[in-house]
Write a protein that binds this ligand. Sequence first.
Ligand code: SF4
Length: 371
Amino acid sequence: MLGKFNIEPLTEQILELACKDPISPEDALYLLNVTGNDYHALLMTADFLRQELVGNNVTFIKNWNINFTNICTGNCGFCAFRTDANNSQAYFLKVPDIIQRAQKAAKSGATEICIQGGLHPDIDVYFYESILKEVKDKVEGVHIHAFSPMEIYHASHKSYLSIEETLKILKEAGLDSMPGTAAEILNDEVRNIICPEKLNTQEWREVIETAHQLKIPTTATMMYGHIENKGHWIEHLEILRSIQKRTGGFTEFVPLTFMHHKAPIYQQGMALPGTTGTQDLKLYAVARLMLHHYLKNIQVSWVKLGLKFSQACLMTGANDMGGTLGEENISKSAGASYGERIEADELIRIIRDLDRVPAERDTLYRHVNPI
Ligand code: SF4
């Protein structure tokens, strides 16, 4: 079929195979560099495979972010959210304030509360534990999706506990799932430049794999478009795929395009101003072909991409619109200009315009209800 498009024989061969099996890292890298008709064939194949694997539903979740502090001892070069404790913009929500926001979220219909914050120097695992216990106690029926692998690592060090001990305490207190953030690019040469004090690749894997072993599902993310190259994208996807083959603990893959405007590494001339739209589309398509049936859900981050470009990504491999984001601070701090909150009706309009089926889901992709 693809021969009609007059594409390179090697591209045709890889894309035909991709409809049956996940592609190799070498083939994935080749596809990231195709142009012209080969590029169109790649995008169409990813869309075909998406339809085969997950059908025509485009899911979304009603969720709410609570970023409880922007005070952080970290120094990630891409972060415009963090600040020092003595900065006039610094804030640190106490547990009752967090509960109040969680109650407001639940009242507005949110089924997931996502709680993350900076690495505050005074908090340890018992602070995180108290948040979880209080939310579970005082806010009925919400799923708590909380704490990045870096926060787990921070909590374990501050409390002199292992990663496993830390996660067990948090699960017991009500942690339902975790964001797979802090992954950035899983290559230590890149990490040493963009986030030298953050946990390294092996440490990120340890937190994630331990969470999965303890039956705490996580998302998988990749922040791209700064100093890395395409080989790093493939290395990153291959790490995610290998973890997923063993644990099955990832719920979705979320590519996060680099927000450059306020990022220190961009302002210092060290990083690119993000990717182009063509590169984004190729990444979505190649991720679909690599992750295949191992990890079926690929999410667009509308807050970073905008709703119009999110539609394009939904036609090249993605099947999830993410959340309504009742409150969002991190992308906004980094210069994202697509708002901080969206009504479900607007997501539904975007999805229906693609002739796809909008469906509300929960964090674990259960209760997928076509609307
Ligand atoms: S990305 Fe997270 S850990 Fe890094 S500086 Fe920002 S808030 Fe701190």
